[in-house]
Ligand binder design. Sequence first.
Ligand SMILES: Cc1ncc(COP(=O)(O)O)c(C=O)c1O
Length: 377
Amino acid sequence: MSERIFLSPPHMNGREINFINEAFDTNWIAPFGPNLTGFENDMSKYLGINKSLALSSGTAAMHLALMYVGVQKDDVVFCSDLTFAGSCNPAVYIGAKLVFIDSDYETFNMSPVALEKAFEKYEKLGKLPKAVIIVDLYGNPANFDELLPICESYGVTVIEDAAEALGAEYKGKKCGTFGKINILSFNGNKVITTSGGGMACSEDTQAIEKMHFWANQSKEPVNYYLHKEVGYNYRMSNISAGIGRGQMLTLDERVSQRRFVNEYYKKELGDLPIKFSPETVGAVSSCWLSVITIDEGISVSPDDVIEALEKENIESRRVWNPMHCHPVFADCDYINSGEIDVGIDVFNRGVCLPSGSSLSEEELQHIVKVVRAVFGK
Ligand SMILES: Cc1ncc(COP(=O)(O)O)c(C=O)c1O
């Protein structure tokens, strides 16, 4: 059998090792050191944002972000429904009450109509949320021009979950800059990776300093161990940050390669009874994953596509299962914009095709051939 084609594997450029070697040579084998500072500075510069804090994961970044914006036990937090659990699990760590907001078909991201509905409902209940987590799904920027003014009109803080959208832009502004605090992920399957890791980015220096304090076990700045607050061990290691520094050198190239993959599928599969996931008006998606939805009334299911690819040793996946459909979030409220649950519909008909930036044209041809055959083409 031919070598496995993965959904979104790490893509090294070879220069990461220089930063790691430097860390070994200088014995910076710690959760601090020049690679960390370098990686944080590189990211701030790339995004055009004031400060960044490298952390052990995107989930850790979300946890600290929620804490910083003041979310406490029993507070309400609104979150995109169609996402990965890493977006919202940290709200549960704090004991907050999650309310999931459905997507729209134009972006697959949070629907402004559903968001407004949720605000109206929770205002009446006297329980406005402490934060709104807006996700850029599969690398496609959310409709910030409509979502941000709604949150602003209720005076509620936004946290952007740009875990999948590093390198994406909305109206000329990079994803990872739209919230009060913004989070990124460098998990092994992301646009760039540090094998595991994440970042919190903000214009607010104080926010980054406070999150840095919490991420380092909340050690008070005295010459003995003193803790006035509970802390966390959430820092990224200087070794992982070295991988990140190397990966930053080819970030834009990786986004172009993912966008090429997306274009390739559009060209070669465009005549099938499927739709491609949308790109928000005014946005440039990172195309982290290329997603298709199978037209209604077609006797091909997402599992048929996934199984046919699997037989050829090719990895593909169902679309995220909307958060409100998971047993663990069964008690959470969920708001849609009308009659249709867009997230559920996308989940029922969607497939994520292999989308890695290292896919060769030969591999793409092979994938396309298998997918076409499932549709009898
Ligand atoms: C949308 C989204 N949010 C949050 C996360 C959590 O990031 P991490 O895996 O680095 O904790 C991920 C990915 O893993 C994600 O895709």
